[in-house]
Design a protein around this ligand. Sequence first.
Ligand code: BTN
Length: 246
Amino acid sequence: FGRTVEYYDVVDSTNIKAKRLAEEGAASGTLVVADCQNAGRGRRGKGWVSPSGKNVFMSLILRPDILPGSASMLTLVAALAVSDGIKKETGLDTSIKWPNDIVASGKKLCGILTEMSAELEGIHYVVVGIGINVNMEEFPEEVRLMATSLCMETGNKVRRSSLIASIMESMERYYEEFISQGDLSGLISVYNSRMVNAGRDVKILDSAGGYTGKALGINEKGELLVEMQSGEVKHVISGEVSVRGL
Ligand code: BTN
């Protein structure tokens, strides 16, 4: 992955750019990288802080031969790859907040936004957008308490190009494992070993309010298994809930 890199100084959003390139036929494995975004997007319609010269904004185009319902698992695959790349380049151990935030010291280092174009029978393309706070030393007021960067965590500036290369190398390995199995079964143990709240009590907030239980880890579909007091195990699907530690 990332052997073909489309680099831009400024884009609206690397996800938007990648979707446009994918529509025009860009090959699976093409990586779109930008120095800065002026309309960086986060999940749930939020924005993403995207100044120039500091962070990583990239979107990977994939064309997996899987059913559309499996595409969200790619986000968990990407989270593993990012945490590997960070470890390799900085030595920092990070955790994954299910399904796909990378955190250190309880604050967010990286967010992932996966989008796809698909029909019932199959996927045209998936764009996995990854934003990593790398060399930023100060955040806007509204995210200051929730956000951190590699530089703030380690005290060192990080070379963005090396970080991107390391992440792509890991991503390719994990992706092959995922595709060969057709699900996350080969990656469950490594994912769970990095998961925030694994084995702990959590509160799941959903549209109906919420409930508490013990987070057991993910299953092969990337669902979070939560054991209720009654012993019943709920399968929590990403996108519909928010998980809080207790
Ligand atoms: C989140 O809300 O946690 C997801 C944030 C995803 C941000 C990245 S930055 C690169 C790519 N382009 C975007 O506009 N968003 C993603």
